[in-house]
Design a protein around this ligand. Structure first.
Ligand code: ADP
Ligand code: ZN
Length: 607
């Protein structure tokens, strides 16, 4: 909460207190000075001629009462007494009837509690950080708008090391610059772009650079800021955000942490329909209803695309996904170069060395290192930042990241390199597996420490049994390489093993490619029901058959394992060379890979 809001909260507390005081004062004035008389004493006073000027209301009687020390105003509650008027007349006492004055009473009993509640509600709202002037702004979006002037403009030049992502976004820049022309040419107008990548890889920076390049306003809001306690508030904010954006088009809306708002809808334990779901629905509606010609591009960022609601990824919504990877060696050097501007370096500083020492670091970490090093140099009263400062800064950042489990240590890195080399060499040397495109040991996401991308060389509709077997062998190649080169195995193969098991199971149950014969043990899935926990696929075979299937799956996996092992043992030197290359460069593309691992297998040479 900012100090401004704090003042507002105190302000309304004061008002509530003042209002209460006023009410008490009025009540005191109205009731406090009267003598309350029991009805019997009142009647006695009538007969003694001690009362005067009576005002008879429906439930009370007021008047003046003569007491020992002067006249006083008195009040008594009426009882059902039909003889009263006769008594008053008999004693010659002046009386008037009054209509009950209900006006003040109703103010006190109705309006005031309302006022108090309103004040309290206002106070709570301000406290909750709805922002703006209290209750009236609760549905306003809190997006920060940047209209970058030339002085602080962020452009693509400020973003380094993620060239592929940059390239994919140039089209968006083109569109924002001249939406009209883009449309005349018949270009398919992008609407939503999802940036996927680990924290600190520069997603926000990239989105701002797109706005800067195109010279359009940039609305920045985090998905978590839509999520509020009160139903409807988030949805109102979404509406407001889009209305604001429409007024400023062409522009970019950037929603950071999209997953906070766009988690897959499910049954919430509190009932089917909750606040977040309503907010998400509003976002979907706004995205659909948006006229793309207005030139508003919605960019979202997440590091967990897998938990997003599938509806968000449908055509016309966030249908374009741009992966913002962790930078490799070359990329890290480029990022260092961007951030080194304005820092005075000692002549011995070599950015390439720093880049080599920081595998797994993202842009934010690298910016952090340079900042730390500069601070260290200042503390040491040096005139420039030397390699010693950089070393120390790296050590500090590494320690911090290791605590956060975001870095892999050198030994793990070596295991990952051999693991990935194992996949690639088996795939290449068995020939019929898909061709290796790229191998990387730059960690990606939480689960994958490295990856090998294999793509089929042509579009395929049929897969032969031999190909499936080779695919299995290359899936197991990672695990086998760990075994062959380290005499030990790691947990890193978990995903490989589950994928291999799926393939083997399909070979037995669906494709009739085992000694179980031609029977199909699996009906085609209903794609709409698949995966629903409450409606599992029914098993249509006996327990005995199930056991046979399991045995058969194991046998197929075993065979693949043996074939992977025989390849890797025969090509030890190649695996070692490839692993060494990976450790040095972190990413190896197809051409370089082929130079190291040229297999004699006929299929491999042509692919
Ligand atoms: P994300 O949105 O992916 O979490 P940010 O865009 O907020 O990451 O990055 C934080 C900071 O790290 C940026 O402001 C910038 O200084 C630095 N940074 C991150 N990635 C890069 C990059 N690729 N090039 C230059 N600087 C970067
Ligand atoms: Zn693997």
């Amino acid at each position: 909460m900012n100090p401004d809001q704090n003042k507002k909260v105190q302000f309304s507390i004061v008002w509530v207190l003042v209002a209460m005081l006023v009410v008490f004062a009025i009540q005191y004035f109205l009731t406090g000075m009267k003598v309350d008389l029991p009805y019997s004493e009142f009647k006695a006073a009538v007969t003694q001629h001690k009362v005067q000027d009576l005002a008879l209301a429906a439930t009370t009687i007021q008047g003046t009462l003569a007491t020992n020390n002067g006249d006083a105003v008195f009040k008594t509650n009426r009882v059902d007494d039909p003889g009263l008027i006769a008594l008053l007349e008999a004693n010659g006492i002046r009386y008037t009837g009054v209509a009950q004055n209900t006006f003040l009473g109703s103010i006190i009993s109705w309006v005031l509690p309302l006022l108090v509640m309103f004040a309290l509600w206002n106070l709570v709202m301000t406290r909750m950080g709805a922002g703006g002037p209290g209750v009236l702004s609760i549905g306003k979006s809190k997006a920060r708008v940047f209209v970058d002037t030339n002085a602080n403009k962020i452009t693509f030049a400020d973003v380094a090391g993620i060239d592929e992502a940059k390239e994919e976004l140039t089209e968006v820049v083109e569109f924002l610059k001249t939406p009209k022309r883009f449309e005349e040419l018949g270009g398919r107008i992008p609407r939503g772009v999802l940036l996927v990548g680990a924290p600190g890889t520069g997603k926000t920076l990239l989105a701002r650079a797109v706005a800067g390049e195109a010279g359009v306003p940039f609305f920045n809001i985090s998905g978590s800021e839509f999520v509020e306690m009160f139903v409807g508030v988030g949805a109102a904010r979404v509406r407001d955000l889009f209305a604001q954006a429409a007024a400023k088009s062409p522009c970019i809306i950037f929603i950071d942490e999209l997953d906070a708002l766009g988690k897959a809808r499910g049954y919430s334990p509190m009932g089917g329909y909750d606040e977040r779901e309503q907010t998400l629905n509003q976002l979907l509606t706004e995205m659909d209803g948006f006229d793309t010609r207005k030139g508003v591009i919605i960019m979202g960022a997440t590091n967990r695309p897998e938990i997003l609601d599938p509806a968000l990824l449908r055509p016309g919504r966030f249908d374009r996904q741009v992966v913002v990877d962790r930078p490799d060696l070359v990329g890290r050097e480029a990022i260092l170069n961007v951030h080194i501007k304005g820092v005075k370096l000692a002549p011995e500083v070599d950015l390439k060395t720093i880049a080599r020492r920081t595998p797994g670091f993202v842009g934010a970490d690298l910016a952090n290192i340079i900042n730390e090093a500069a601070l260290l140099a200042a503390r040491r009263r040096k005139h420039d930042v030397g390699m010693a400062e950089f070393s120390e800064a790296i050590d500090r950042v590494v320690a911090g990241l290791e605590k956060k489990k975001r870095l892999i240590n050198p030994r793990e890195k070596k295991v990952v390199a051999y693991h990935e080399a194992g996949h690639a060499v088996v795939a290449q040397c068995l020939g019929s597996a898909d061709a290796v495109q790229k191998i990387s040991i730059v960690p990606r996401g939480i689960a994958a420490l490295g990856y090998t991308i294999q793509l089929p060389t042509e579009d395929r509709y049929l897969v032969m049994k031999k190909e499936l077997e080779d695919r299995l062998a290359s899936l197991l190649g990672g695990r086998v390489a760990e075994e062959v080169f380290f005499n030990d195995i790691s947990t890193g193969a978990q995903n490989d093993l589950s994928r291999a098991t799926d393939v083997a199971r399909a070979m037995v149950k669906e494709y009739g490619m085992s000694s179980m014969g031609l029977a199909s043990y699996e009906r085609p899935h209903n794609p709409f029901l698949k995966g629903d926990a409450w409606m599992p696929n029914e098993k249509e075979y006996s327990e005995k058959t199930a056991a046979e299937i399991d045995a058969e799956v194991t046998r197929i996996l075993d065979k693949a394992y043996k074939s992977a092992k025989s390849v890797l043992e025969g090509k030890r030197d190649k695996v070692e060379a490839l692993a060494a290359l990976l450790l040095e460069k972190e990413v190896v593309e197809r051409e370089e890979f082929l130079k190291v691992v040229a297999c004699e297998s006929p299929a491999a040479q042509e692919g």
